[in-house]
Write a protein that binds this ligand. Structure first.
Ligand code: PEP
Ligand code: MN
Length: 653
């Protein structure tokens, strides 16, 4: 049983809770659960849970039905997000709405090999570096690793490239020696039930990657994680790496079902190691993608610059080109499962993000967003736009919900927010013209990033409601349009439009009516503690909304969201009009075509106050050579009338 204590409990009240439990036959221990201080109580005592919950300083009591408590979702419903690194390297998060990729060789073989591999995997976007300095090998004659020397090489490589490192620890004594050299400990499959090792590593307080033992049941694996949490660490990531079955074709059998099962049983992040699961290089990438599709929070994968010369696990190590392809595939798959691939920004090429053809004073590169500055979105908690914000800026980003789209622009312009998240188009219903027009009304605002959010609609209602009690459905008109086929099956329902999908949900939370349902995202139901009657009711499952991130053009604050990367911009948005004469648009498009610039979107909009005159909105690719792009912009200016450079940013997949 876990007793979650309130943040401001006094030492006296805490002691009273302990005495209360001891008097009733329990032994107690102080523990942490996520960000909360808790008391764990075990033994055969009997207690009135209600009475215990009423003691001063007790926030709630969680009695789990499972043998593990601290790792259980019954004690903590929220996903735990584990942070790795943050001192000499950037802090990298695992869990929540992100996909985190750990890559590197099986073993550190030399200073040059780990440095070369680290540079390669970083270039492809990996955010954590893996590598074994102590290798538990089946044969005593196989390469055992370089030991502490290897770990020092790895630490140097991680620091040089800004990648926190994760490495295997094989004994409690070594754990103490390795503590200051590694950012995350890995407990290998063979050591999953080495309880003395678990206790020692757990007590050091560093993040731990806990592999599943080759013959361990899910329950045994979770109990090993319980050892780590009970010993003091809060940051544990579970890693499914294949179990031993009768099948011998592959090295192990990846238990893909363990991913959704464990994510249901525990709040801890779950990642997958496709390399050790499969053992065959050519099969690693498809299995990695399957893991992401099944809900894994990331992968750890072996990559070697020359796998044929690797001292261990060469046959399962990816070539760098294979890893690059896998990262691109994961990036494309992530929005399908409602997540964003966390990736290291690619290094800047050229002299920065200024293009001679654009008004450079308005497009100066900007440093990263200061943490205390809020990001604006339209709607309230649980809105799709808020999900997009979280994906781009992280769970901890301060946010301001405003009630109109121009409110986002205003907040960014007057400095209330350092950035804003604005929906610009939906894959089914097309452009949100109102927002395109706002860019012209706010010339001091630029686009600095974009992301694509998969929109999954749910029918949400009060706990007591069911499909038969529903008479009224509320949503934003876009919600109705996107769920038309589902709504057509219920012609007796009255549709009531709401300002946003999230406001439709909060209206039910307020009314508590069993007759009313809302169409909105799952997050809105979670925020208000409402029930999901039907999930995935959008007509087309390929339903995406594209959001752009906006920021003020001047000033030193730079709002490029961490997960969208601050690397070389690959896409630009332009607005222009052309002279009213034959071939004028064609002349503009030919400039792009001659330079091999891809036009990914072209749309015309009426110019306000000038009937039958139009502006063109174009999204174009930026070639590797930024100088060439500057020339293109200069040429375009000579062929157009009104020319606005809305911004350059990294394209979302
Ligand atoms: C490793 O990650 O290199 C390793 C030895 O993995 P496992 O413990 O899963 O076999
Ligand atoms: Mn290995």
């Amino acid at each position: 049983m876990i007793i979650v204590l309130s943040k401001d409990i006094t030492p006296h009240d805490k002691e009273m809770v302990r005495i209360f439990l001891k008097d009733r036959g329990f032994t107690t221990r102080d523990q942490v659960l996520g960000d909360d201080a808790v008391i764990g109580a075990s033994g055969k005592g009997v207690v009135d849970i209600k009475e215990l919950g009423l003691l001063p300083g007790v926030e709630r009591v969680a009695a789990t039905s499972k043998p593990y408590e601290l790792v259980s979702r019954e004690t903590r419903n929220e996903d735990t997000i584990v942070t790795v690194g943050g001192a000499e390297t950037p802090a990298v998060k695992i869990g929540g709405s992100r996909i985190t990729v750990i890559a590197g060789p099986c073993a550190v073989e030399s200073k040059d090999q780990i440095m070369e591999t680290a540079a390669l995997v970083r270039e492809s976007g990996a955010v954590l570096l893996r590598g074994g300095a102590y290798k538990p090998r089946t044969s005593p004659y196989a390469f055992q690793g370089l030991g502490m020397q290897g770990l020092e090489y790895m630490k140097a490589a991680g620091e040089a490239l800004g990648l926190p490192i994760v490495t295997e620890v094989v004994s409690p004594e070594l754990a103490v020696q390795m503590k200051d050299l590694t950012d995350m400990f890995q407990i290998g499959a063979r050591n999953m039930q080495n309880f003395e090792l678990l206790k020692k590593v757990g007590s050091l307080g560093k993040p731990v990657l806990l592999k599943r033992g080759p013959s361990a049941t899910i329950e045994e694996w979770l109990l090993s994680a319980e050892y780590l949490l009970a010993s003091g660490t809060r940051d544990v990531v579970l890693c499914e790496r294949g179990i031993r079955t009768f099948e011998t074709y592959t090295r192990n059998t990846l238990d893909i079902s363990a991913i959704p099962v464990v994510k249901g049983l525990s709040h801890l992040p779950v990642i997958v190691d496709p390399s050790h699961a499969v053992g065959i290089r050519a099969k690693v990438s498809p299995v990695a993608l399957a893991a992401i599709a099944a809900g894994a929070d990331g992968i750890t994968v072996e990559v070697h610059p020359r796998p044929d010369q690797a001292l261990s696990d060469g046959p399962q190590s990816l070539y760098p080109e294979q890893f690059e392809k896998l990262m691109r595939d994961i990036e494309a798959l992530s929005p399908v499962v409602g997540k964003e691939l966390l990736r290291t920004p690619r290094p800047l090429h050229g002299s920065g993000h200024t293009f001679s053809g654009a008004d450079t004073s308005k497009n100066a590169p900007k440093p990263p967003v200061p943490e205390e500055q809020a990001v604006a979105f339209c709607g309230e908690e649980g809105a799709f736009a808020e999900q997009a914000l979280t994906r781009a800026f992280g769970e901890d980003a301060p946010r301001i919900g405003v009630s109109s789209f121009f409110g986002i622009f205003d907040a960014v312009l007057d400095g209330t927010a350092s950035a804003g998240v604005v929906p610009v188009e939906n894959s089914q219903t097309g452009s949100i013209h109102e927002n395109y027009d706002l860019f012209l009304r706010y010339p001091d605002i630029a686009i600095v990033g974009e992301l694509k959010l998969r929109i999954v609609h749910c029918l949400i209602a009060d706990e007591r409601a069911d499909m038969d009690t529903i008479r009224i459905v509320r949503s934003h008109p876009q919600g109705f349009a996107q769920c038309k086929e589902f709504l057509d099956k219920h012609p007796d329902w009255t549709l009531e439009p709401a300002t946003t999908t999230a406001t439709a949900v909060s209206s039910i939370a307020r009314d508590g009516a069993v007759k009313v349902a809302a169409i909105a995202g799952e997050a809105a139901a979670r925020v208000h503690g409402l029930k999901i009657l039907r999930e995935g009711i959008e007509t087309n499952p390929l339903n995406y909304t594209r959001f752009v991130i906006i920021a003020r053009r001047e000033g030193e604050k730079a709002p490029v969201p961490p997960s969208l990367g601050s690397g070389r911009p690959s896409k630009a948005s332009l607005v222009f009009s052309v002279p009213d004469e034959p071939g004028s648009l064609f002349a503009c498009l030919r400039i792009l075509s001659d330079k091999g610039i891809n036009l990914s979107k072209l749309e015309s909009r009426p110019i306000q106050g000038k009937p039958w005159e139009y502006l063109f909105y174009a999204d174009v690719s930026i070639p590797e050579s930024e100088g060439a792009f500057g020339t293109v912009l200069e040429e375009l200016k000579t062929r157009t009338r009104d020319f606005h450079f809305l911004g350059a940013y990294r394209a979302a997949m």
